[in-house]
Design a binder for this molecule. Sequence first.
Ligand SMILES: CC/C=C\C=C\CC(=O)SCCNC(=O)CCNC(=O)[C@H](O)C(C)(C)COP(=O)(O)OP(=O)(O)OC[C@H]1O[C@@H](n2cnc3c(N)ncnc32)[C@H](O)[C@@H]1OP(=O)(O)O
Length: 307
Amino acid sequence: MAALIRSVFVKNRGLWLPGLSAVRAMSSEPTPPFSTLSVSHPAIAVTHVELCRPAKRNAMNQAFWSEMVDCFSQIALDSECRVVVVSGAGKLFTAGIDLMDMAAHVLQPEGDDVARMSWNMRRIVTKYQETFSIIEKCPKPVVVAVHGACVGGGVDLITACDIRLCTQDAWFQVKEVDIGLAADVGTLQRLPKVIGSRSLVNELALTARKMYSDEAKSCGLVSRVFADKEAMMCGALELAGEIAARSPVAVQGTKINLLYSRDHSVSEGLDYMATWNMSMLQTQDLVKSAQAAMERKSPKDVPFSKL
Ligand SMILES: CC/C=C\C=C\CC(=O)SCCNC(=O)CCNC(=O)[C@H](O)C(C)(C)COP(=O)(O)OP(=O)(O)OC[C@H]1O[C@@H](n2cnc3c(N)ncnc32)[C@H](O)[C@@H]1OP(=O)(O)O
């Protein structure tokens, strides 16, 4: 299988990079057992998760909310996977929560009285929150590639990812106030950590105005803007290849410690780091990587064990 995958790629500057044909061949059919996600392996150690309800603009229906949890739970345990790319099939990234579904499931919690209905509503919101928290908890870095619209739940999703890319035609909308609710699955908690300006976060969340790619880049929501989707997917896979080629012990330790430090003081973060590295510095990856550096080789030329 590895040989088959390798045959699709071109060797370039010591990296296994997917050719344009691999990007063009990336599928847009749900992968069973999923009905809303297409999962593929476009490059060595790279998993691609595509939101895949293009006819409904990848609106997040009931199946989606649980399939993402199943999918990322599997990815977290998959020692072949070192990095994930998330994108959307069809015209745009996502139209957010499926409004038809929401009416049927979110707005009618079961229960005989207010207390029981409220308790069940809390369970529903917590379950929906897990759909994106699982991305953040995944030890493998997640690169998200946004084209066209990224509405409501889409912003919740991308703020749980580690690296955000978009196309020139992308726009982002914290749409929730327009549909009568306070965003409740991550945007209000994570967006202020992503964008430096709280004033801008407040403006976006309180007015639901669209933010276009140039502003998304200048405020730090995305790190790169590409001319079109094809260029973005090539860029996303190249970036994923760079990450995948490095020590998974180093990469996963870096993600976990960056997230820990985001939510703790410098002193707590340093303490956590010291405890982390008291075991992780004993990895063979360090010896192999240091040796490669001495020999002026790239980390990409070092074979690391699976993690
Ligand atoms: C516990 C709560 C957890 C999470 C809460 C999240 C909150 C949110 O996500 S708020 C945001 C809700 N989303 C919206 O308000 C967006 C609604 N959609 C649109 O504005 C537009 O569709 C568009 C995204 C701008 C795209 O426009 P266009 O390309 O012109 O497509 P359409 O012709 O409008 O739609 C095609 C097709 O898709 C269906 N659809 C689109 N969005 C949704 C949606 N959010 N829910 C359900 N279905 C959607 C639309 O009905 C069309 O279906 P047909 O069968 O072809 O009619």
